[in-house]
Design a protein. Structure first.
Length: 129
């Protein structure tokens, strides 16, 4: 990936994962639409993601809303507004739309380990945005 493209993707993320808003590395450049689905390595298809979100998302484009059971698209940080789909409840990320809920499930954002880490960060003064 070209240095300018990497800097653009990193810079627009405000230094947090564009999915879970985790503020600590390691971070990766994630293809919102994976290569196997025709996604290209361009600014409009790249997100700055923490290692766990990137690994859990993989090539997935959709998930199941745990409330309705419907298959819905996952959150797309290039075309959707984060606050329209998520809100914080302490260390818990809450999905407020079917897309938000499915994204949290597929990316395992509220796993016990991730909650514990966010609790520690909150105790150290981090405020989820």
């Amino acid at each position: 990936m070209e240095k300018a493209l990497a800097e653009l993707v990193r810079g627009r993320s405000s230094g947090v994962c564009e999915y879970c808003h985790f503020p600590e590395p390691p971070f990766q450049f994630e293809h919102v639409i994976a290569h196997q689905h025709g996604g290209r390595t361009i600014a409009d298809n790249l997100a700055f993601a923490c290692l766990k979100c990137n690994l859990y998302k993989g090539p997935n484009l959709s998930g199941i809303d745990p409330d309705s059971g419907a298959i819905v698209p996952l959150f797309n940080p290039r075309s959707q507004i984060w606050r329209a789909h998520f809100r914080w409840d302490g260390p818990w990320l809450v999905g407020i739309t079917p897309t938000g809920r499915a994204t949290i499930e597929v990316l395992d954002i509220n796993s016990a380990a991730r909650i514990t880490t966010r609790e520690r960060l909150i105790m150290e003064g981090w405020m989820p945005a």
